[in-house]
Design a protein around this ligand. Sequence first.
Ligand code: MF3
Ligand code: CO
Length: 262
Amino acid sequence: MIPIKNERQIVRMREACAVAAAVLQELRQLVRPGISTQDLEECGRLAIARLGATSACYGYQLASRRYPAHTCISVNEEVVHGIPSFRRILRDGDIVAIDIVVSYNGYIGDNAITLPVGQISPRLTELLEVTEGALKIGISNAVVGNRIADISQAIQRHVEAHGFNVVRDMVGHGVGLAMHEEPQIPNFGREVRDKIRPGMTLAIEPMVNLGGYKTKTLSDGWTVVTADGSPSAHFEHTVLTTLNGPEILTIAQAQVAGKKPV
Ligand code: MF3
Ligand code: CO
């Protein structure tokens, strides 16, 4: 069963998602050649704490492993779940994906973007634009009466029309009290037949490879990379479905509820 959020839960989802967006907003301004992914992690950890939230990534358990950082920072051929490191210095021409998942008052907000570092190639610029465009098109299909499959298909069509490929080993997901709730939201195919109803909170997150769709996981147990080493981009919003259409919850507010800007 896909959880339906009531009004009170939606208020809390709005707050959690605003926190995730605010953290991402802070981090994106720091991206430049010469900064390490651990620098982004440190700033992310502090920003999450300052806003009264906790990282849903830190200590997140998958099989017998626990994720060791507060943010996921994935560079170039890294698709998702890149572990921040002092040794990974961003260089001119790189792309870097920042994925922030926070827990605030018991609710979870999930938000990711991929940014250019310095000057990037036209092909990489296109990869970022197409992936962000795929997210927008996916969101515009998160309409009451549609099926989840309509989101999946719209994303896949947009991406493949531009000659790129969607990752198939990982999917978007419902989000709320837990980081991963029903439904799964693949970025391909038409398998998930559930009808979209009002009050669903969905993390829509196309992961798009410049080369083939295959991925593998590094020996650190977390970092997912493209199998062919091609660059990959990732954009994600948490979206509320309503009778008036989709509402993006992970939009940075001028001021996060109850918190003074600093
Ligand atoms: N947004 C990622 C996801 O939905 C965040 C995972 S946190 C990690 O899978 F701990 F797994 F890295
Ligand atoms: Co997610």
